[in-house]
Design a protein around this ligand. Structure first.
Ligand code: ATP
Ligand code: MG
Length: 253
């Protein structure tokens, strides 16, 4: 199917005796928001680390636009248009919003260009950084050091840094983690904006947010895919309710 952007087949990762990701076979469609949910320790972050090239798999394959990227390293995967955010913030506190995004923008350049940098390349990097800041909603914070911004804004900035690489596919690991409800609303709005012209793979524990933005949900438990379905299908699933959502959440539907 040509609208599949990323697919895994039997993807696994062990840490010693622990099977953190266990034979995951999934397809991610272009333009969709595909959420991955599951209890703590289910293997969600490890799966993202495999998809982004942060970690090599122990078994299985990953294909991006039909091309095998199973052994690709993180910087190669990034150059192929895959951006990822981390569960914990990963920004430079003493750098301004613009400087952080500028770093993101130039990290997408091939290494040779980083040393030999004609003015046009420099201008393009700057333009990318500014577009990213605007898209993540931080234009008014452009010259503010990241460390002086609220926690929620810092998480937005982290998404901005990723956007500065102009990815087609975004891997987001708990973008709402640790946020107050007002900040969370901002980021849900941002996710909706991003969904308009990106493919998103979203790990998130906040079920209201997931149900608000996801086209498709995959539930992981103990490293395995328990079920994949639409919001309605997952909410109605007895297996999911028992394994993860809890009776309270599922009981109302
Ligand atoms: N680098 C590592 N070395 C050893 N064990 C690891 C490593 N990374 C993850 N694990 C283990 O793999 C399992 C899956 O962890 P992972 O972080 O992928 O879960 P998660 O679904 O993201 O959980 P959470 O919702 O708490 O973020 C856990 O048991 C974890 O302790
Ligand atoms: Mg995690």
């Amino acid at each position: 199917m040509s609208d599949v952007i990323l697919e895994t087949d039997g993807l696994s990762r062990t840490f010693g005796a622990l099977v953190a990701v266990d034979g995951v076979t999934l397809s991610f469609r272009r333009g969709q928001v595909h959420a991955i949910i599951g209890p703590n320790g289910a293997g969600k972050t490890t799966l993202i680390n495999l998809l982004s090239g942060e970690l090599p798999p122990s078994a299985g394959t990953i294909k991006l636009r039909g091309r095998d990227i199973t052994r690709a390293k993180a910087d190669e995967v990034s150059l192929l248009g895959v951006g990822r955010s981390f569960q914990k913030t990963n920004i430079f506190q003493s750098f301004t919003c613009f400087e952080n995004c500028w770093l993101g923008a130039q990290s997408r350049l091939p290494t040779s260009m980083r040393f030999f940098r004609p003015a046009s390349v420099y201008r393009e990097v700057e333009a990318r950084a500014r577009r990213a800041i605007e898209l993540c909603g931080l234009t008014h914070r452009c010259d503010t050091p990241a460390g002086a911004m609220s926690y929620g804004e810092q998480r937005q900035l982290e998404i901005g840094m990723m956007l500065a690489t102009e990815p087609e596919l975004l891997l987001l690991d708990e973008p709402l983690a640790g946020m107050g409800s007002e900040e969370a609303v901002q980021v849900v709005e941002l996710l909706k904006r991003l969904a308009a012209d990106h493919t998103l793979i979203l790990i998130e524990h906040d079920m209201d947010a997931v149900f608000a933005v996801a086209d498709l949900l995959t539930v992981m438990v103990n490293g395995r895919v328990l079920e994949t379905g639409t919001v309605e299908q997952i909410r109605a699933s007895k297996a999911v309710r028992e394994a993860y959502l809890g009776d309270e959440e599922g009981g109302g539907h």
